[in-house]
Design a protein around this ligand. Structure first.
Ligand code: PHE
Length: 470
């Protein structure tokens, strides 16, 4: 008897049935979509600059270890929970708690995830807007021969101008909504089938270009030669935190995507593939960026401005810089878009599950409220630059609204969500169901996976989490 008939016979609200939304059309479609979510500003903007700040190789090694030991197991767990529940994060967790006779409060984990998507997208969209703006700068040749002051004031000028930030943020959000509103197959899958290959192609062209510079080996060295004297505790912790952010874990995005995953697809293989793609893209982004930085005598440790200030300087000095600069920022826009889609989707999926809300209404309600909240981030760089609303708490001292949103989501909600997902899948969920979903048999592979999920991953996350709170 199929699941659907079972539910019908039981005559209950169709709780056990998966939603009637279509499924991903193939394993590849899921891999592209989940990689699209994972590969984002985190890979191309954040990974290079935190690697630069943390001295390179040794940090990269720790990051790779975190992906393998914590990231992959939690991604497997999250996709599995999503597929088993087959609904938006909140309802999936409600259904699973119900079926496995767990505390109904597990559904709060779903609420936390939806809230995190909401908050992250509100600022992610503003930064996506910067990237769109920079495509224009690069294409118009504005970097060519520009001094570092000129490039600095280009960035400062953008951040200082609330109305133009708002315009780019709006443009980005509209693009995201136009894709999500068309639904899983004709919206998201179609867009991702074009955007992801374009992303890989652009990245390869850029790495090829970097490989033709004299400083390529210096870039390679910086990324892969581990000098442990440069590694700090902070660095280790930020590597683990970044593993969560870059794999889009701990907040229901992979759970929502997993809810559309057909039963016959292997979750383990798929999750490993997505994590490998994400990691390779981050490393390639590093290989595209650092040789240019070194070839132009610039410093890798510039922080968040690496992509928007250091790199344009490099593009400005080299032959063909306007062309490659345009490609680079186009790559950044594409990466940001496919991640943003995955942030809006769980919100819309949940709204759609409410009585009488269509996909169109859901996308409008979700998208417009996120856009509105984004205005707080827009203002954080100018009018509200000195507004530190939570300054009475020591962790939030000197933090703008944008800083707070970034901190709360990446350092608190995502690790906490990841921890709870590992605990739910490792300790509470029906063991037989876990075994069935993962379909790896009950041998050494499954046993070691369960060990990592029950002990190693939660312990690692707990350490970061507690450290972040202190
Ligand atoms: N993984 C995305 C990136 O690296 C960010 C993201 C986080 C997307 C959480 C979805 C959910 O940029």
């Amino acid at each position: 008897m199929s699941e659907a008939t079972q539910t019908a016979t039981a005559g209950t609200v169709a709780d056990d049935a998966r939603h009637d939304n279509p499924m991903w059309s193939s394993r590849l479609a899921f891999i592209l979509a989940a990689s699209g979510s994972a590969v984002g500003l985190g890979n191309i903007w954040k990974f290079p600059y935190i690697t630069g700040e943390n001295g390179g190789g040794a940090f990269v090694l720790v990051y790779l270890l975190c992906i393998a030991v914590v990231g992959i197991p939690i991604m497997i767990a999250e996709v599995m929970i999503g597929r088993r529940g087959g609904r938006s994060p909140i309802n999936t967790l409600r259904i699973i708690a119900d079926r496995d006779k767990l505390n109904p409060r597990w559904k709060l984990l779903g609420w936390m995830g939806i809230a995190a998507s909401f908050l992250i997208l509100s600022f992610y969209s503003v930064i996506g807007g910067w990237a769109i703006n920079y495509v224009g700068h690069a294409a118009s040749g504005a970097f060519a021969g520009a001094s570092s002051d000129a490039i600095g004031s280009m960035f400062g000028g953008l951040l200082g101008d609330a109305s133009s930030l708002l315009m780019w943020h709006t443009l980005f959000m509209v693009a995201v909504m136009m894709i999500v509103v068309r639904g899983l197959k004709s919206g998201m899958e179609r867009a991702i089938n074009i955007l992801m290959p374009a992303l890989f192609l652009l990245l390869l062209v850029l790495v090829g270009y970097a490989a033709s510079t004299d400083e390529f080996s210096k870039g390679l060295n910086f990324l892969f030669a581990a000098d442990f004297s440069k590694l700090t505790t902070e660095g280790v912790l930020s590597a683990l935190g970044h593993a969560f952010f870059t794999l889009s874990l701990g907040m229901g995005v992979m759970l929502a995507y997993g809810s559309y995953l057909p039963k016959r697809v292997s979750i383990v293989k798929t999750a490993v593939t997505v994590s490998v793609v994400d990691t390779v893209v981050a490393l390639l982004a590093g290989l595209a960026i650092f040789p240019l930085v070194f070839a132009n005598g610039l410093e890798p440790g510039a922080g968040p401005g690496l992509i928007f200030q250091t790199l344009p300087l490099a593009f400005g000095k080299m032959a063909g810089g306007s062309f490659f600069g345009t490609l680079f920022f186009a790559l950044l826009v594409i990466a940001a878009l496919t991640s943003a889609i995955s942030l809006l989707e769980p919100v819309v999926e949940w709204l759609e599950e409410q009585k009488g809300i269509s996909r169109l209404t859901g996308t409008l309600i979700g998208g417009v409220s996120i856009w509105l909240l984004g205005i707080a981030t827009v203002l954080s760089f100018n009018e509200w630059a000195e507004f530190h609303p939570l300054a009475f708490l020591p962790v939030f001292e000197g933090k703008t609204v944008f800083d707070i949103l970034d901190y709360v989501t990446a350092n608190l909600i995502m690790p906490l969500g990841g921890l709870l997902i590992a605990i739910l899948a490792g300790w509470f969920m029906n063991k037989q169901a876990v075994e069935n979903e993962l379909d790896m048999g009950n041998g050494i592979g499954f046993k070691s996976f369960m060990f990592v999920l029950r002990f190693l991953a939660p312990a690692a996350v707990a350490v970061v989490f507690i450290y972040n709170l202190l």
